[in-house]
Design a protein around this ligand. Structure first.
Ligand code: NAD
Length: 275
């Protein structure tokens, strides 16, 4: 997890902790996919710090195990934290999602929240997107969300909430990211379809559409002076965002504060969807 702050940070990312509490979430249980690093790791840590038990799952099980151990160690001074349990999942597998949901119920006795966060971000100009690349992106970014939501809905009780990670790329074209943009537009639409149908079960489904967030996925922006200068120029808030700044809206969407919010997408992009 990145902890850089302040003026010395060339990407001008604000990593300060967001002080928000949701007492209604204490004692609940969540699954977060893609939780070994990046936003997923911050979501797992942020939920556990607020008393939510988390099954953190990733295809990189070694890193997932290390991340869970680090989060649990960091929570030592926190009053009544949740715990983070590590699991392996390949989100392209419906069966592995079902096993994940069953494991969450076995570990925690309940399942309240599911965050479909795992994603991949390959590059290719539209003319060069290979059959393998488009299949891989749709498998992970779209089918992964569908299978996760299906498994969650089978095991959640009414009042459950699912959040899918979409992107500003769902509504803005980014050169070289045609496959990714297409997948995230599909996630935004799939979220609305799921919200309409899972409303029958009392389950809410929303998405978050981040812009440039400081994770390994966007490290190339910080490492390419021209790309970074462009990002800082065009993003209306003139800086990149931090995973912590996505955690805040995630907590809102999962919490009782959003209990009449479903089928919605929250943009967390410093305004970049407008430029
Ligand atoms: N970082 C950004 O600026 C940004 C912007 C918009 C949307 N997003 C989306 O937010 C989500 C998280 O992004 P991030 O920046 O934290 O990414 P990241 O690359 O840092 O982390 C993604 C995690 O997903 C895991 N993963 C990949 N394929 C998997 C699979 N098949 N099964 C299980 N786990 C798998 C990876 O191992 C990794 O731990 C992604 O869906 C991404 O598309 C990110």
């Amino acid at each position: 997890m990145t902890t850089a702050t302040g003026a010395s940070n060339p990407g001008r990312v604000e990593h300060g902790r967001i002080e928000v509490v949701h007492p209604d979430m204490v004692g609940k249980a969540a699954v977060v996919t893609g939780a070994a690093r990046g936003m997923g790791a911050v979501f797992a840590a942020g939920l556990a710090a607020r008393g939510v038990d988390v099954l953190g799952a990733d295809i990189n099980d070694e890193q997932m195990t290390a991340t869970a151990a680090q989060i649990n160690a960091d929570l030592a001074g926190v009053e009544k934290p949740g715990r983070v349990v590590a699991a392996r999942v390949d989100v392209t597998s419906a069966d592995e999602h079902e096993a994940l949901a069953q494991r969450a119920v076995a570990e925690f006795g309940r399942l309240d929240f599911w965050i479909n966060n795992a994603g991949i971000f390959p590059f290719a100009e539209a003319q060069d997107i290979s059959p393998e690349q488009i299949s891989a992106v749709l498998d992970v970014n779209v089918e992964g969300v569908l299978f996760g939501a299906q498994a969650a809905a089978r095991h959640m009780r009414p009042g459950g909430a699912i959040v899918n990670m979409s992107s500003v790329s769902a509504v803005r074209v980014r050169r070289g990211r045609g496959a990714y943009c297409t997948s995230k537009a599909a996630v935004a639409h799939l979220t609305e379809s799921l919200a309409v149908e899972l409303g029958d079960k009392g389950i809410r489904v929303n998405s978050i559409a981040p812009g440039y967030i400081d994770t390994e996925m966007t490290r190339w922006v910080q490492e390419d002076p021209a790309a970074l200068a462009h990002a800082l120029e065009v993003v209306p808030l003139h800086r990149l965002g931090s995973p912590e700044e996505v955690l805040g809206p995630l907590l809102f969407l999962l919490s009782d504060s959003a209990r009449y919010v479903t089928g919605h997408s929250i943009a967390v992009d410093g305004g970049s969807r407008h430029v």
